[in-house]
Every structure is written in structure tokens, then in C-alpha cells.
Design a protein around this ligand. Structure first.
Ligand code: ADP
Ligand code: MG
Length: 687
């Protein structure tokens, strides 16, 4: 069996070298890989409509014929193909972006189903970028949800589906190592059924069941790992002597601003940890900009004042360097006698060696860095505190690594993702939790509006007028490029639509995850310098883009995102002195009241915790938004909001398993040892 799973794609019928290479480009090499290459979404195709029933903004299908030659207009970098579609009750337009060849591939005067987004231009209805089907074929695909896979140039959805179908034919042979008592207890599908339904469900209910199986597995793995790290670590007496506080107090009283209530609370929580009987871990959550850095600085000062070292670990070199420079200047400003060092991957070998030495001798008080900090060579004289910035679940492990380097230090995790307290308590079990809910007083509230797609043109006008005042804008779309049949705006086509209507003087650019790192960096720096006025981007801007001059955030298909992601995206504006705006375009059908209700939370509140709580409340099992997860906490399949119930179940099961069989020695539990060691991103329990 393992042979089948590990065999290269080429062994599947109909897969040649060329196709295999294209799959390889997407990181898919083996049968195992393709089986876990789950569709990113599913489409259910609607009944064809008559043109009187079309609503602007919706995805719809219409039966008709192109009656005149398609007109192709070419611009410098793109083209627009415009056709007239005759239907039973009149004519509408069809338009394709960058597909000049469509003119020659369509059979004029042959009836097709045109499926695409309905829009309006100059009072005339049109279907944008429609996919074409022969009427009989269309009826066929309406029978089942159609999987939509991530695609690459030269490898389209149909071809991918075909290869997956081949791979699925061998799936029945795969054994399921998940103990059957758990499957029964939680009413979960067997592995082979789950794999099959994940790719080819008869209904969306099937899909929910299939996804549950994998989400549960992922959660069980998460808890097993977290629990086993805890083993023997939870009660370590606090032998640090942290009584001195004069220097810390003095600095606190000299800060250039008044600390917010939330910051004061966080600091006092940390100080009470420092004087508690045991070593503790604390999670400090708070929106971007709530001021977690100064809280960290004060905590580290308190350590230094008492003769202990602290380490601050950031996820990127850029962030680590920022922190380092900030701390360095603070130490100068407050005339402190402490030493700071920066340790990252790009620190020279010579500097590294010297830092290792000075950490071991106790000469350095604060070390700021990236993962380079947890390398074997790093050892400390008297490490008292480790702070991990912007970490989600993987911060949990760091404590163990540092405790292996000597005495177990206090540990603080900083997170900019406010999640509901109930979820945090389950996920960060054993940790103390502080929520910083107040933002510094000088922050402006971002004016937020929820609009439907008919207001898109108005929104663009508003963007233009902001740009004329010298500001900049972000427009976020859920997709990168036109992928066959996929709903939702994509950055590539969207930029073209914009160019079509905007004055030439306004410079736009796209940004998305498929671009090479240096291309991305170049675009970001051109946006930061003001050269680009509108950045049309996917959610990649969630991390690491800071342009205070950007005052508008417009988000297309906003209902497709989690509220927390939307909140995070909105946080990209409102960073400068000017009033900022956020426009959420809700393209859900009008009858979907829940979508609107959810989005209105963002209009009502700027408090990430409130928004997260509401997201949890409003997200019922019926509100299934596909298998594309939000990526929160670094999970592959799990969405902590959607899977809140599974979260509790998996944790309960994990505790039970470990209680009865702490070393996981029983034969039926062997699988969990494998699970624990296997690392992330492999979601088949026994693969
Ligand atoms: P985050 O919580 O996202 O890490 P930072 O610590 O980077 O936020 O703080 C964001 C900005 O707010 C910094 O420029 C910081 O100096 C400033 N700041 C922090 N606390 C306050 C406060 N209480 N009043 C005014 N400005 C503050
Ligand atoms: Mg920060």
C-alpha cells in the first residue's frame, strides 16, 4: 500500500512527463501528495436564468448565442473582447479580459450556457469573463458540486480533476490507522471515504463530514504535541529573585506617553507572574498597534535590573531589526547600563561567535533575534525570560527549547490575533492570558462601510478623490488570477478593470503570493514610496506592509473572509494622521442575511476581541464557507471558528488517551506516536 502512495504521479494512467512536471511545480510529487491536494473550493452551478432575473454582482448562467463577431480592443498590456449575446428575452453583453483568442474559439450562432459574474456598464447588463458550456454538459455538471483546485499555467482544473480521479481509484486499499473507537465515538468517516468525499462529494453535507475527519485529526495531533511538551514541565518552582524594580519604575514614569489601561494591566500581570511560586507562561493578545512592544521592554528591563538575561524572538529579520533598533535607542534615551544584541540568520559568523560568547558569559542583557536564537550553539548564563513576538501556535514549542538550554525561563507569547477567550483557553491550555483591549488614545477610528457590488464604481470614485488628495489605497481580492469557474474577484483581472476606468495618471500594481519574493518586495517598496497609488492585492498584505499614507482599504467579496482576517486587513490603514476608510464589498446573494450581519460587526466595532467573539457566535455549521481555511494559528485544515466544537472534542479525547496510556504504548495508540513526530502539513493519520 505504501508503495502505491509513494509512487510518483507518472504511474497513474494518463499522466505523462509534462503533466508530472507541472504538478511538481505545485509541490505535488506522489500519489499521496495528490490525494491530499484538496480542492480550494467547490462550485455549485445555478439553473440558467432569463436576463430579466439577473442581479448585478451575482454569479449567473444564461443560455444564448453570440450573434455578431466579437470585438477585440487591445491596450498596451491587455485586451478586452466584447460580444453581444442574444437570448430568448433580449440581448446582453459578454466581456472577456485578456482572452483575445476567445473570438476564434466561440462558434457563433451556436447556443452555449454562459456562466459568469453579472455587472452593468453604461446601463447595459453584461456577463464578465464567462465560462462556456454546451447545454447538455452544463446539466451534467449541475448534478454534483464541482471541485476547484489550485491551478498553474498549463494545468487547468479539468486536467487536475482527471488525475485526482485516477488516484482515487486506488484509495479503497488504504488502511485507516485511526483507532476505530475514536471514529465511532466522534462519528467520523473512515480515511478512504473521507479522502474520496473531500474531492468528490455528492453534496456539501458530504464535504462537511469529510473535512471534519481531517480537522479532527489535525487538532488531535496539535493537542498531543502540546500536552507532551508540557510533560514534566508544568510545575517548576520560581527560583528567580526579581525584587528590584527601581530602574523599571523610573523608565515607566519617563515614557513619552501614558500607558493604556490594557498595557498597565499586562505589565502588572507579568510582574505578578514574576513573583509567583512557579515559572509561568503568559499569552498577551492585542490588536496590531495596541503597544505590546513597550510592555515587553518593561518586562525585560525588570529582568535585567535583577541581573537576568532576556531573549525576544521575532518571526522575521525585519521585525527583529526594528525591535533591536528601538531597544537600542530606548536604552540610550533612558541612559541605561544594559547591553543589547541582534542575532539573525544574516549576522556574520564573526559577530555570531562573539554574541554566543557574550550570552554565555552574561555580558549581554537583551538579545533580540529570529529563529537563529534557538540554535544549539546559543547558551545563556542566566536566562530569565523569553518573549516570542507574533507567534501563533508554534510559539508553544519554544519554551521547551529554551528550557533545554538551562533553567526554564519565564515565557511570554505576544499575539496580534485576538481570538475569543473561550477558544484561547482551549488552545493555550495551561497559559495565563492577558487581553489588551484598549488602543492608544491618539488613534482614529476607521470609517467602515458595507456595500453591495452595485456601489463599486462609486467606491472607485472615492478612491480617486483620496488619491487626488495625495493618499493611497489598497484593494483586496480573494483570488490571484482567473481560475476556471472560480467565483470571486481576482487581482489580475481586477487591475485591468480598474485601468479601464481610471485616469492614466493613477498608477496601480498587483501583489500576490505567487510572485517571487524580490518582485513582492519591489512592489511593496514602490507602494511605500508613493510611486504606486493603488495596490491590488490578495491577503498577503496582512503581514508586514506598513504605509501610513494609505487611507483606503477596499475588500472585494468580503463575505468570503473570516471577520478576524477582515479586521486584520483593515488594520493596514488608519496608521497615519489622516482619516481612514474601509469599504467592504458584500457580493453574497441578497437573501444571505447572515453574510451582511457578519460584516456589519466590522462597521460597529474596532475591537478585535469583540469582532472575534461575534464571528464565533455567527458562524454556525450551516455557514460553511468551503475548505479553504483562514490559516489562523498555522493550521492546515482547521479553522478555529468553524471547528470550535471539534476543538473541544479533540482536546477531551487527547486528555483521555494520555490519562490511560501516558507513554502511548498500547497498540491502538501507536499511531499517535507517529502523529506526534511527523510534523505538520501531513493530514492523513497513517500516511
Ligand atoms: P504592537 O502591539 O502592534 O506590537 P507597537 O508596540 O509596535 O504595537 O506600538 C505601536 C506604536 O504605538 C508604537 O509607535 C508605540 O511607540 C506607540 N505606543 C505604544 N503605546 C502607546 C501609548 N500608550 N500611547 C501612545 N502611543 C503608544
Ligand atoms: Mg508588534
Amino acid at each position: 500500500m505504501t508503495d502505491f502512495l509513494d509512487s510518483p504521479l507518472k504511474t497513474l494512467k494518463g499522466v505523462g512527463e509534462k503533466t508530472e512536471n507541472l504538478f511538481n511545480k505545485m509541490g505535488v510529487y506522489t500519489v499521496r501528495d495528490i490525494l491530499s491536494f484538496f480542492p480550494r473550493e467547490f462550485k455549485e452551478y445555478p439553473h440558467p436564468k432569463t436576463i430579466d432575473d439577473l442581479n448585478v454582482g451575482e454569479m449567473a448562467s444564461v443560455l444564448g448565442m453570440v450573434i455578431r463577431p466579437i470585438v477585440v480592443r487591445r491596450f498596451r498590456k491587455f485586451s478586452i473582447s466584447l460580444g453581444v449575446l442574444e437570448t430568448e428575452n433580449g440581448v446582453i453583453e459578454v466581456v472577456w479580459y485578456n482572452m483575445p483568442y476567445i473570438k476564434n474559439t466561440i462558434n457563433r450562432n451556436m447556443p452555449y450556457i454562459f456562466y459568469g459574474k453579472v455587472s452593468e456598464k453604461n446601463g447595459v447588463l453584461r456577463i464578465e469573463q464567462p465560462a462556456l458550456f454546451e447545454p447538455g454538459e452544463y446539466e451534467n455538471i449541475r448534478k454534483k458540486p464541482v471541485p476547484i483546485y489550485r491551478q498553474t499555467k498549463g494545468l487547468k482544473n479539468k486536467a487536475i480533476t482527471k488525475v485526482v480521479t485516477q488516484a482515487l481509484s486506488g484509495v479503497d486499499e488504504i488502511s485507516d490507522d485511526m483507532p476505530s473507537y475514536l471514529l465511532e465515538k466522534r462519528n467520523l468517516l473512515s480515511l478512504s471515504s473521507a479522502i474520496k468525499l473531500m474531492h468528490s462529494p455528492d453534496s456539501l453535507e458530504d464535504l462537511v463530514k469529510a473535512r471534519d475527519r481531517f480537522a479532527y485529526t489535525e487538532l488531535l495531533e496539535f493537542f498531543l504535541e502540546a500536552k507532551s511538551l508540557e510533560n514534566g514541565m508544568d510545575v517548576i518552582p520560581n527560583h528567580f529573585n526579581l525584587e528590584k524594580h527601581e530602574i523599571t519604575d523610573k523608565v515607566k514614569s519617563c515614557l513619552p506617553f501614558e500607558l493604556t489601561e490594557g498595557q498597565e494591566e499586562a505589565i502588572s500581570d507579568i510582574f505578578s507572574d514574576f513573583s509567583s511560586e512557579y515559572i509561568t507562561e503568559r499569552l498577551i493578545q492585542g490588536d496590531v498597534g495596541c503597544g505590546k512592544t513597550v510592555v515587553s521592554f518593561i518586562a525585560m528591563l525588570r529582568m535585567a535590573e535583577n541581573g537576568y538575561q532576556s531573549a525576544l524572538m521575532a518571526p522575521t529579520e525585519v521585525l527583529a531589526t526594528q525591535h533591536y533598533e528601538g531597544f537600542l535607542s530606548d536604552i540610550e534615551k533612558y541612559d541605561l547600563d544594559f547591553k543589547v544584541a541582534l542575532l539573525t540568520g544574516s549576522t556574520s559568523k564573526k559577530d555570531k561567535d562573539s554574541i554566543y560568547e557574550r550570552l554565555a558569559s552574561g555580558d549581554i542583557d537583551f538579545v533580540i533575534g529570529t529563529h537563529a536564537l534557538i540554535q544549539d550553539k546559543v547558551s545563556f548564563k542566566k536566562l530569565g525570560l523569553v518573549i516570542t513576538d507574533e507567534q501563533h501556535r508554534f510559539g508553544v514549542k519554544q519554551r521547551k527549547v529554551f528550557s533545554d538550554k538551562g533553567d526554564t525561563p519565564f515565557s511570554i507569547l505576544l499575539s496580534a490575533t485576538p481570538i475569543p477567550r473561550t477558544l484561547a483557553l482551549v488552545l493555550y491550555d495551561g497559559m495565563n492570558i492577558t487581553q489588551i483591549r484598549t488602543l492608544p488614545k491618539n488613534r482614529q477610528k476607521i470609517k467602515t462601510a458595507v456595500v453591495d457590488p452595485s456601489l463599486r464604481t462609486k467606491s472607485w470614485q472615492m478612491i480617486v478623490s483620496e488619491i487626488q488628495k495625495g493618499r493611497q489605497a489598497y484593494i483586496v481580492c480573494p483570488l490571484v488570477s482567473e481560475s476556471e469557474n472560480s467565483e470571486g474577484e481576482n487581482v489580475i483581472d481586477y487591475e485591468m478593470k480598474l485601468k479601464e476606468v481610471l485616469p492614466d495618471s493613477i498608477k496601480t500594481s498587483v501583489l500576490h503570493g505567487k510572485m517571487k519574493p524580490d518582485e513582492k518586495e519591489e512592489v511593496i517598496s514602490r507602494f511605500a514610496s508613493g510611486e504606486i497609488s493603488i495596490l491590488v492585492s490578495t491577503t498577503v498584505i496582512e503581514v508586514g506592509v506598513n504605509v501610513p499614507n494609505a487611507t483606503i482599504m477596499m475588500i472585494e467579496d468580503a463575505q468570503r473572509f473570516g471577520l478576524s482576517s477582515l479586521h486584520q486587513l483593515r488594520g493596514r490603514v488608519g496608521r497615519g494622521a489622516d482619516q481612514s476608510f474601509c469599504i467592504l464589498v458584500n457580493s453574497a446573494p441578497k437573501q444571505n442575511e447572515n453574510a451582511k450581519k457578519r460584516l456589519m460587526c466590522l462597521k460597529e466595532s474596532n475591537d478585535g476581541f469583540f469582532i472575534a467573539e461575534e464571528d464565533l457566535k455567527l458562524r454556525g455549521p450551516g455557514d460553511f464557507r468551503g475548505i479553504r481555511q483562514s490559516g489562523e494559528m498555522g493550521f492546515t485544515i482547521v479553522d478555529i471558528y468553524q471547528d470550535a466544537n471539534l476543538l473541544n472534542e479533540a482536546k477531551e479525547d487527547c486528555e483521555e488517551i494520555l490519562k490511560e496510556d501516558p507513554a502511548l504504548k498500547k497498540p491502538e495508540n501507536q499511531i499517535f506516536l507517529v502523529l506526534k513526530e511527523r510534523g505538520k502539513n501531513k493530514i492523513f493519520t497513517n500516511l
